[in-house]
Structure formats: C-alpha cells, structure tokens
Design a protein around this ligand. Structure first.
Ligand code: SF4
Length: 171
C-alpha cells in the first residue's frame, strides 16, 4: 500500500513541478523501478522490445510492414540488428516502430503485457501527461502494460542514438 501511495505521489509531484518549472526527478527510473517486480514475472513471449525508427541508419535497407513496423534485416549498419538478435534469442518479441500511435497498435494487436521501450525526453514527457499511468501498468485500452524504459540520448527524430549496452543489460 505504501509503495503504491509513494508511486502515485511521485507522479503527481513530477507533474506539479513541471507546471511550476521546478527541477524534477528522472520519472522513467521511478516508473521502471515501480513496475520491475511485476515485469519480471511476465512470460517473455508476452513482452516486446520496441525501438524507435529514429535509431535506424539513414541507409537502412529494411522493408516496412504496416503491421510489424520496420522489418530489420540485421544488416549491421546500426545497432538495432544486434538488439533484434539478442531479443529473439532471449524469447522476447522485437519491433521497430515509426510512431507512438503505431506502438500502441502493436500493443493491442500482439496482445502484449510488457514492453521494453526506448524514447526521447519529449515523448516521455508527452506520455506522462497523456497516458493513464496506474499502479498496475500503463493503460492501453483495457490492458495494463508493464514498461521498462530507456532514454534516447537526444531529441532528434531522424538521427538518434542510445546507450546500446543499457538495452542489452535490460534484456
Ligand atoms: S540493422 Fe536493421 S534497422 Fe539497422 S540499418 Fe540494418 S536493417 Fe535497418
């Protein structure tokens, strides 16, 4: 009970500090920590690693599927292919998504229960204010999704970067 109250109050405080332009905590770490225990209980086949399209190389040869996103061919031009191979080896699903809306559709279509996601500060901030973040998970339709997130290095929709080692460690 105390843990739940602590989580809710940290979320509320984070939003309030934003309105007042005060220095805030790393909210993704707070969310990761709160969901981690339940996330670790999930079956890996119900969890997807979802990377954003801004991580792919500008000469990426992959085809795009309107159902599964960027179909990485592990060409090694960017780090996504290595994460793809590792994710599948560990039993996770893997996708590269072109947008937040697409990611939500993936969650519905693939009946996901957990997501290892990578996002920029802008998208995280948007999500904090627009998504229903509850004690049981991030609500998408009637599903409570346990998330574990990692920050992108910068806010750049075309050429972005991430700490690939952090993703591997999380897997
Ligand atoms: S590794 Fe995958 S995502 Fe990256 S450039 Fe190659 S095909 Fe595209």
């Amino acid at each position: 009970m105390l843990k739940k109250l602590g989580f809710v109050s940290k979320l509320l405080l984070y939003k309030a500090q934003g309105f007042l332009s005060l220095k805030r905590c790393d909210i993704m770490s707070v969310i990761n920590e709160y969901y981690r225990e339940d996330f670790l209980k999930l079956n890996k086949k119900d969890i997807a690693v979802i990377l954003p399209h801004c991580l792919i190389h500008d000469k990426c040869p992959a085809k795009f599927s309107k159902f599964d996103g960027v179909l990485c061919s592990k060409c090694k031009l960017c780090g996504c292919g290595e994460i793809y191979a590792l994710a599948v080896q560990k039993g996770y699903q893997f996708y590269i998504s072109p947008s937040v809306g697409f990611t939500k559709r993936l969650v519905r279509r693939k009946k996901l229960k957990g997501v290892i996601g990578v996002a920029c500060d802008y998208e995280i901030e948007r999500g904090i204010h627009s998504e229903k973040i509850t004690n049981n998970g991030v609500k998408i339709d009637s599903r409570d999704i346990k998330t574990q997130g990692i920050h992108l290095n910068v806010f750049d929709c075309v050429k972005n970067s991430v700490d690939w080692e952090k993703i591997k460690k999380l897997l």
